[in-house]
Design a protein around this ligand. Structure first.
Ligand code: GLA
Length: 736
C-alpha cells in the first residue's frame, strides 16, 4: 500500500474492476456561504475534493463521479481540469429536484435538494453495473487510511455484507463552532449495523449546558446531544460510532435505495424533509433487507461545516504536506514516496492500526518420520484440511486480547520483552510463545491484536493444534504490525519459540502448518530447514482415527517427550557419532554394523531408542521413493514398520493406538501407524480410495462402538491442504 503513486498509476485506474468513488458535492453550503467544496484548503490550493480523489487513487479507486447541482457543473468542471489532465476518469451526475422516473413533477415550493440518499441515486446511471463503489462528502477530509480500509472491505466483504459505513468515535467528529449532522450508528451483537439515525445539530452536552440549552445534569457522563430529523431529542455516548458520510456499497444497494426513496415520497415529505442516506441504510438494516458492516477508520477525519473549521483543516493539511504525506501540488506528474503514516501520527496521535483479518493455520498428520525431526532427520507430513482460525483486528496498543470458546475463556497480555507465561497448560502460552519468538527475532510489535480463536482442528489429538495456534498468532501479529518474515525463517523461529511451553519439540509442525500444499505431502529437511512438496497419488486415502486419549503437549506428554529427546542425544554420543544424518546416510554394511555396535554397547533402553531413530530415518527415504513411484503397498509396509518401531523401541504407543492399527490393517488398509508424538492422540491408516469405507466401518464397529461411539472429529479421511494464510478483513467489525 505504501510507496509512490504516480499519475501513471492513476491512469491505470479506470480499469473496470476498480471501485468508483462517488463524491457528493450538490449541497447548498448555506452555513458556509460560498461553494465550500471548491474552496482551496491545501498549501498548493487544492480543494477537499482533490484530496479525496488523491487518497482514493492511492487506495485503488479507479473512477470518480461527482454529483453536483446543474447550475454548478461548469464551475466544477473548470476547477477540476487538472485531474482530467492527470488522466483520471472523472464524470459528473446532476442532482435535480425533478427526475423523469422518480419525481416526474416539480414538488411545489421545494428548493432544498432531496438529500444524500437521493444524490446516490442520481449517480446510479454513471456507475458500472458490476463493481463496488464508495460514497463520500465533498466537504470532508477522511484521509488515506479511511479509503484504504474501505477499499479492503469492498475487496473482501464478509458473506452477506453489501454495504459498509466508515465510522469514527462521534466525539472526534464534532465541531467547536456549532452543531453538526452525523449518522448515529447502533451496532448489533455481531458488529454489523442494527440501525442508523441521522442526528442533527449534534454537540457535546457540556457545550450545550454552558450555552443554556436543556442539557442533562453535569453529573451525567460526557455525551452528545442533538435531535433527529423528526425533532426528537437524542443523547448518545461521545464514543459511539458515527458515520461522517463515507460509505462502501455493492450495486445491489441501488434498487433497495430506490425503493426506500419511493416510500419516502409516498409519505408526503415536507419541503424541508430530506431523504438521508444514513436513515435509508439504517432502515434497510433494521428491516434485515441489507447487512451493513462498520469499518472503523480512526480519528483522521476533518470536516468543514463552518467557515472557522477551514482554518483548522488548512493548518492540518499544511503540516501533513510539510511532513511529506502530500505533495504541495497534488497533480504533478510524479509524486514522491511519502511517509504518510508517520505524518498522520504526528497530527493525530499514534499510527493508525491496519485492518484486521483472519489468520488460518492447518494442523498436520505425519505420514512417516516420527520423533526424528529433533534429531535433524527428514520427515514426511502433510497439512490437514482442519484449521485454527484467529479472527482478529489490530489493537492500537501493544496488548493481545483473545477469546476462545467457553471451555478456554479469554486472556490478555502485554507485548513487552519479558512476556510472562501463564500457568502450565494454559492455551495462552502458545500465543505468548509466538509473540516472544517474533520479539526475540527483532520484529517490532508495536501493535497487538484483539480477536477470537475458533477452529475445526481437534485439540490434544496429536494433530498439532498447538503449533497451528502458534502459527496463526504469529501471522496475525505480523499482519497487525505490517511486518513480514519469510515462511521458512518464520517456521524455524516459531519452532524455537514453541519450546517456551516446555516441550523441546522439533521443527516439523510449524513448517508444515506454514508451508503445506494442497494435494501434497511435504518432505521437510532440517539444518537448514527446507521443504519439498511431493504429490499424494490419486486414489490414496489417509484415514485418521483418534485413540480417544488426549495427548496434551504441555501436560503429561511433555516429560515423556523431553526424556526421549535426551535419550536420543545420549545414545548418539555414546556410539561416538556426531550427527544422525551421518548414521542414516551410511551404506548398507556400515549401517548394519553401526546398529550392531549400538545394540551391544548401549544399555537396553538407549539401544532401542537408537534403533528407532536410525531405522525411521531410513524408512523416510524409502517412503519418499514409494510416494514418488506411487507404490502404495511399499509405503504401507514402511508405515507398519514405523509403528512397530515406535511401539517396541521408542515406547510411545498405547494399547488403543495399537488396536486401531490392527483393525485398520485387518480391514484392508495398506499400512497404519500412530501419528505425532504418540502417548495417545491419533493413528493414520493408508488405503486405496475404494477401501476407505470398509476401514472406517471396521474402526467404528471394532474400536469406537464398544467405547461409546464416534464423531467426525475423531474419525475422518484427511485431504492434504495448503499452509497457513491471513485473509485481510479490511477492519470490518462484523463477524459471520
Ligand atoms: C511433536 C513435535 C514434533 C515431532 C513430533 C514427533 O509433534 O512437536 O516436532 O517431534 O512430536 O514426531
Amino acid at each position: 500500500m505504501s510507496g509512490a503513486v504516480s499519475i501513471d498509476g492513476a491512469r491505470q485506474g479506470d480499469r473496470p474492476e476498480r471501485p468508483t468513488l462517488v463524491i457528493l458535492a450538490a449541497g447548498r453550503s448555506t452555513r458556509f456561504g460560498r461553494a465550500k467544496q471548491l474552496e482551496p484548503v491545501g498549501p498548493g490550493g487544492a480543494s477537499l475534493i482533490e484530496y479525496a480523489v488523491y487518497d482514493a487513487v492511492r487506495a485503488g479507486f479507479g473512477r470518480f463521479v461527482l454529483v453536483v447541482r446543474e447550475s454548478q457543473q461548469d464551475e466544477f468542471e473548470a476547477s477540476l481540469t487538472p485531474l482530467r489532465a492527470a488522466g483520471l476518469s472523472l464524470s459528473f451526475a446532476c442532482q435535480r429536484l425533478v427526475d423523469a422516473d422518480l419525481v416526474p413533477l416539480p414538488p411545489p415550493g421545494r428548493v432544498r435538494p432531496w438529500g444524500t440518499g437521493f444524490a446516490v441515486l442520481a449517480a446510479a446511471a454513471a456507475l458500472p453495473r458490476q463493481t463496488p463503489f464508495a460514497v463520500c462528502n465533498a466537504d470532508d477530509f477522511y484521509g488515506r487510511v479511511a479509503y484504504e480500509r474501505l477499499a479492503h472491505a469492498l475487496a473482501a466483504p464478509p458473506a452477506g455484507i453489501r454495504a459498509f459505513a466508515a465510522t469514527s468515535p462521534l466525539a472526534d467528529t464534532l465541531s467547536a463552532h456549532g452543531g453538526v449532522s452525523r449518522g448515529l450508528c447502533e451496532p448489533g451483537p455481531d458488529g454489523t449495523l442494527l440501525h442508523m439515525t441521522e442526528g442533527l445539530d449534534l454537540r457535546l452536552d457540556g457545550v450545550a449546558a454552558r450555552a443554556g440549552d436543556d442539557a442533562e445534569s453535569p453529573a451525567t457522563p460526557p455525551g452528545v446531544i442533538g435531535r433527529t430529523a423528526s425533532g426528537a431529542a437524542v443523547r448518545v455516548d461521545a464514543d459511539s460510532p458515527a458515520c461522517m458520510g463515507l460509505w462502501g456499497f455493492f450495486p445491489v444497494i441501488l434498487p433497495l435505495l430506490e425503493e426506500r426513496f419511493r416510500d419516502f415520497l409516498a409519505e408526503s415529505p415536507g419541503i424541508e424533509d430530506e431523504f438521508y442516506l444514513s436513515e435509508a441504510v439504517g432502515n434497510l438494516a433494521a428491516a434485515e433487507r441489507t447487512r451493513c458492516g462498520l469499518v472503523p477508520v480512526g480519528p483522521g477525519w476533518m470536516g468543514v461545516t463552518f467557515p472557522e473549521d477551514r482554518e483548522r483543516v488548512a493548518d492540518s493539511l499544511r503540516r501533513l504536506t510539510e511532513a511529506g504525506a502530500y505533495p504541495v501540488d497534488l497533480w504533478t506528474p510524479h509524486v514522491r514516496p511519502e511517509p504518510l503514516r508517520a505524518a498522520q501520527a504526528s497530527l493525530f496521535g499514534p499510527p493508525q492500526a491496519p485492518p484486521g483479518g483472519i489468520a488460518t493455520a492447518p494442523g498436520r498428520i505425519n505420514l512417516i518420520g516420527e520423533h526424528i525431526d529433533y534429531n535433524g532427520l527428514p520427515v514426511l507430513p502433510m497439512a490437514l484440511d482442519r484449521h485454527v482460525h484467529l479472527d482478529f483486528e489490530a489493537a492500537g496498543q501493544a496488548t493481545v486480547e483473545l477469546e476462545g470458546d467457553s471451555a478456554h475463556g479469554s486472556f490478555a497480555f502485554r507485548l513487552d520483552r519479558t512476556i510472562e507465561s501463564a500457568p502450565r497448560g494454559h492455551w495462552s502460552n502458545y500465543v505468548r510463545a509466538a509473540a516472544r519468538g517474533l520479539l526475540d527475532h527483532g520484529v517490532g510489535l508495536k501493535r497487538g491484536i484483539r480477536g477470537t480463536v475458533t477452529g475445526t482442528l481437534p485439540e490434544a489429538e496429536g494433530l498439532s493444534s498447538s503449533s497451528a495456534l502458534v502459527v496463526a498468532s504469529a501471522l496475525a501479529l505480523l499482519h497487525a504490525n505490517e511486518a513480514e518474515v519469510e515462511a521458512l525463517e518464520l517456521a524455524a523461529l516459531l519452532a524455537r519459540a514453541e519450546r517456551y511451553v516446555g516441550v523441546q519439540g522439533g521443527g516439523m509442525d510449524q513448517a508444515v502448518s506454514l508451508c503445506g500444499k494442497e494435494g501434497h505431502a511435504l518432505r521437510i529437511d532440517f539444518g537448514p530447514l527446507r521443504v519439498t512438496p511431493l504429490p499424494v497419488p490419486e486414489g490414496w486415502r489417509w484415514v485418521v482415527a483418534s485413540s480417544l486419549t488426549r495427548a496434551e503437549k504441555a501436560g503429561a506428554v511433555r516429560g515423556l517427550y523431553n526424556e526421549r529427546r535426551a535419550q536420543c542425544a545420549e545414545a548418539l554420543e555414546r556410539v561416538g557419532r556426531t550427527s544422525w544424518p551421518e548414521v542414516v546416510e551410511a551404506d548398507e554394511d556400515e549401517f548394519a554394523s553401526i546398529l550392531a555396535r549400538a545394540g551391544k554397547s548401549l544399555p537396553l533402553t538407549l539401544s532401542r531408542r537408537f534403533r528407532h531413530v536410525a531405522t525411521e530415518g531410513r524408512r523416510v527415504i524409502e517412503a519418499e521413493r514409494a510416494l514418488r513411484s506411487e507404490n502404495l503397498a511399499a509405503f504401507g509396509r514402511l508405515m507398519n514398520a514405523s509403528h512397530a518401531s515406535l511401539r517396541d523401541d521408542f515406547s510411545v504407543s498405547t494399547q488403543a493406538l495399537d488396536k486401531i492399527v490392527g483393525v485398520a490393517l485387518d480391514a484392508g488398509a495398506a499400512g497404519a501407524r500412530l501419528t505425532g508424538a504418540g502417548f495417545g492422540g491419533c493413528a493414520v491408516a493408508l488405503c486405496r480410495a475404494n477401501r476407505a469405507k470398509s476401514v472406517i466401518e471396521a474402526l467404528i464397529d471394532r474400536f469406537y462402538a464398544p467405547r461409546g461411539g464416534v464423531d467426525r472429529r475423531a474419525l475422518f479421511v484427511a485431504d492434504a491442504a495448503d499452509g497457513a494464510t491471513v485473509t485481510s478483513g479490511g477492519g470490518v467489525t462484523c463477524r459471520d
